[in-house]
Ligand binder design. Structure first.
Ligand code: BG6
Length: 502
């Protein structure tokens, strides 16, 4: 498809996200000849930099990120696209001069994509200012706005933000980003489910015992204390990335891959989630905070010792949730979601546990191992798709062991594509299928809002877990059955003989 050249305008261009993900992704797109000729990247920043300084800063950030994959010649070409606009976004002058700059049509293509990689409290004022200086007028090209998560702070603020954004832009122009949807392994959930016919008959309450979605990180909150303490794990990860993965596992097959069909089905699942009332929060959700401990042998601080964290903070760095989907496919099947910082291992994975086969057949054998089947989808860093089966061990005895059918996501010689590469390109293509529609955001907030409210009222106590562990013990209480427990490994687990075959 021929893509028209565009000017990508980045608010927050010198920030963390831009350094670590956005600029490297743009460089890679350019190096792969995916950016349309003539496209420009305009960074807005407060720092007193000129073009040359911005280009050298961008080089440092990209080189640090790409290491041996950095190619100087490719960067020289890319750097010709880079421009810097000095200005303070709280100051009207920043926008009046921006409008003037963008009028230089020989320099800047008139299709404009504004990327808001700024703090959520700044979204509104920046949108107002862009509108005030007619930067959303589509007289000479399209206008699109990419809004980073979190979209709002809760249901109410998300609605307020939506109203504000809706004053200036129509839905086709709004790209609410959740970078998890840009990950190849997350997109593979759709392919796995809907391109393999043998799965559909078993993908339901008749065969599946429960589903687990885990995102664990070894890193702490680093320098993000100010943002993180106001957000916490529920807003930062669960309401967005984990609920998105949940929708892909649980949704009905969409009619096609087209944006609206896909998003319709995702919304239906979110709507079918059994509401968690404020009274039932403790049986559905668990929060905790990391205390000091060891990560890979090194002693690390607890959350309360991190920079910019108030001594009495009860912000959660670990959040877990049990959801039920009250529809024909899933009624009664628990979905367990958990995320945390400073956990033993960095891993994102979806683990689907099937029901036990009937025991009767094996009654008079010496068989000790009868684990259920699991489907394991490793999202990162291990990218895998595994189906665990029980097989007979060779030999005279009727002993069994677990073996896996593997369908690796990526072969050794296939390159990884960063999620942002995919999404930044989709904005240029005008493809919104991997971006969120407002009702998705709204229903995701509806699910977690009562929990956040209850937690906000309970300011005296929060459970803790030692950094480097797999999280708080107390979280076990979310499980419906004795036989259910968190699965933290994608390798075959030890055989368990379990009489609880209900
Ligand atoms: C971000 C969160 O959205 O996702 C971070 O704000 C988190 O706290 C990050 O670390 C995880 O993303 P990824 O792609 O590294 O798994």
């Amino acid at each position: 498809m021929a893509v028209e050249p565009c000017t990508y305008v980045f608010f927050g261009a010198t920030g963390n996200l831009s350094r670590l993900r956005l600029m490297p992704a743009l460089y890679r797109l350019d190096a792969g000849n995916h950016l349309p000729p003539g496209s420009r990247v305009l960074a807005i920043g407060r720092r007193p930099w000129d073009q040359a300084k911005w280009r050298s800063e961008a080089k440092t950030m990209i080189e640090a990120n790409l290491g041996a994959d950095f190619d100087d010649a490719a960067f020289q070409r890319f750097s010709q696209r880079l421009h810097y606009h000095r200005g303070d976004i709280t100051d009207a002058e920043c926008f009046s001069t921006l409008a003037e700059t963008l009028k230089q049509t020989d320099q800047f293509p008139q299709n404009l994509a504004f990327y808001l990689s700024i703090s959520p409290s700044e979204f509104g004022p920046v949108l107002d200012a862009l509108n005030q200086y007619q930067l959303f007028a589509e007289n000479y090209g399209w206008r699109r706005v990419v809004v980073e998560k979190p979209f709002g702070y809760d249901l109410e603020s998300a609605n307020v933000l939506q109203k504000r954004i809706g004053r200036y832009l129509n839905e086709e122009q709004i790209y609410r980003i959740d970078h998890y949807l840009g990950k190849g392994t997350v997109q593979n959930i759709l392919v796995f489910r809907f391109a393999n016919v043998m799965l559909e008959p078993i993908w339901n309450r008749n065969y599946i015992d429960h589903v687990q979605i885990t995102h664990s990180e070894q890193i702490g909150i680093g320098e993000r204390g100010e943002y993180y303490d106001g957000a916490g794990a529920m807003r930062d990860m669960l309401q967005s990335h984990l609920l998105q993965m949940f929708t892909l596992v649980a949704m009905e097959p969409p009619v096609c891959m087209e944006a609206e069909s896909l998003r319709d089905e995702k919304v239906k699942v979110l709507k079918a989630v059994r509401p968690i009332t404020k009274e039932s929060v403790h049986s559905h959700a668990f929060r905790a905070q990391y205390a000091k401990g060891r990560i890979n042998g090194d002693l690390v601080n607890g959350y309360l010792q991190e920079p910019n964290i108030p001594a009495n903070s009860v912000t959660e760095t670990y959040a877990a949730l049990k959801l039920y989907v009250d529809n024909w496919r899933w009624r009664g099947v628990p979905f367990y979601l958990r995320t945390g910082k400073r956990l033993e291992k960095a891993q994102s994975a979806i683990s689907i546990c099937f029901k036990h086969p009937p025991l009767e057949f094996f009654r008079d054998t010496r068989m000790q191992c009868l684990n259920p089947n699991w489907v394991l989808l490793g999202i990162q860093p291990e990218e895998c798709l595994r189906i665990e089966m029980t097989i007979k061990e060779p030999g005279l005895e009727m002993n069994t062991r677990i073996s896996s059918l593997e369908a690796s996501f990526r072969q050794k010689d296939e390159k990884a594509v960063d999620a942002y590469e995919d999404l930044l390109l989709d904005v240029l293509l005008g493809d919104r299928s991997l971006f969120l529609r407002f009702d998705e955001v709204e229903y995701a907030w509806r699910i977690v809002d009562p929990i956040l409210q209850r937690w906000a009222d309970e300011r005296d106590y929060i459970a803790t877990y030692p950094a480097g562990s797999w999280g708080p013990e107390g979280c076990r209480r979310l499980f419906d059955k004795e036989s259910q427990s968190w699965r933290s490994s994608l390798l075959p687990e030890e055989c368990k003989f379990n009489a609880d075959y209900d």
